[in-house]
Every structure is written in structure tokens, then in C-alpha cells.
Design a protein around this ligand. Structure first.
Ligand code: FES
Ligand code: FES
Length: 170
């Protein structure tokens, strides 16, 4: 049996200390240990972006990291994006712009979009497309996803955000 390592990670503003096997992926830790099932696994091979979270505010694909590498760091998942019971603007924008169909890519898309907008609050359409190129969507054709990100950048998303209980599926 593999030896375990104790890690302490802040996830969605809550500190967790756990013993984990060195080979446990961060996405597995989030989903299986912490129950953060809004972070999805689409490929497990760094291709699809469904597992995107923020590590110290920067987007990472959580299937590409071991949980032990998050020791001492701050992780934000889709479930930590809403504030005060309200959908975050990007979550609201995806809803308003019909930027999802099956929704499988959506948590990762939103987390990557949040990172993109943090770096560049007013991206061009091409910059949005470039910023999301590591996140795959098999349903939407991307047009409405780009429109959703643009609506947040342009400030045209409704400020009357809905309840956060749908945050995990946006
Ligand atoms: S599950 Fe991580 S990139 Fe697809
Ligand atoms: S909405 Fe189905 S994969 Fe994007």
C-alpha cells in the first residue's frame, strides 16, 4: 500500500487537512474526498478542460496535478464562484446567453473564462476564443459561450442574478 502524505488545502474558502496517496490527482481529491462534484472529468488526459479550477487564482486543469502539489495553496472550484447566494456574473451570463446544452464543459468553461477576464477584463472576440482554446465543447459550437463572456466583459449581463443553488451546473 502506497504511503500517504498529509496536505492542507484551502478549497472554496474552507481549509481541509487530509492524508492522501502521492498519486491521487487533484481532481479526484476534489470530487471524491471533498464532494466537489461540480468539477468534472472529461478526458483525464489534459485535453478537454472540464476539470479546470483556480489554483491561487490561476486556472489549472486539475487532472494534470497531484493533490499533494496543492498543499499549502488555495483552490477555487465552480462551487466557490457564487457569492452571497447569487450566481457569479459569468454563471448568470452562461444562463442568459444559452451558452450550454449538455453542460458538461460548463464548469470548466466558466472557470477558464473567469481566469481570462481576470487577466484581460475587455478581451476581443479573438482573445476570448484563444483564451478558451484548451476547453472543449462538443455541443454548442462555442458561439454562445463567446457571447456570454463578452456580455460580462461589456457589462451587459443582468445584475439580477439568480439563486446560487444551480452554481454547480451553472
Ligand atoms: S479531465 Fe482534465 S482536461 Fe479533461
Ligand atoms: S454544452 Fe455539452 S460539452 Fe459543452
Amino acid at each position: 500500500m502506497a504511503s500517504s502524505t498529509t496536505i492542507t488545502v484551502e478549497v472554496d474558502d474552507v481549509s481541509y487537512t487530509d492524508d492522501v496517496e502521492p498519486r491521487l490527482l487533484l481532481v479526484q481529491y476534489l470530487r471524491e474526498r471533498l464532494g466537489k462534484t461540480g468539477t468534472l472529468i472529461g478526458c483525464d488526459t489534459t485535453n478537454c478542460g472540464a476539470c479546470t479550477v483556480h489554483l491561487d487564482g490561476v486556472s489549472v486543469k486539475s487532472c494534470t496535478m497531484f493533490a499533494v502539489q496543492a498543499d499549502g495553496h488555495r483552490v477555487t472550484t465552480i462551487e466557490g464562484l457564487a457569492e452571497d447566494g447569487k450566481l457569479a456574473p459569468l454563471q448568470q451570463a452562461f444562463h442568459e446567453c444559452h451558452a450550454l446544452q449538455c453542460g458538461y464543459c460548463t464548469p470548466g468553461m466558466i472557470m477558464q473564462s473567469a481566469s481570462l477576464l481576470a487577466e484581460n477584463p475587455h478581451p476581443s472576440e479573438q482573445e476570448i476564443r484563444d483564451g478558451l482554446e484548451g476547453n472543449l465543447c462538443r455541443c454548442t459550437g462555442y458561439q454562445n459561450i463567446v457571447a456570454a463572456v463578452r456580455s460580462v466583459a461589456d457589462g451587459t449581463v443582468s445584475s439580477n442574478a439568480g439563486e446560487a443553488e444551480t452554481a454547480g451546473v451553472a
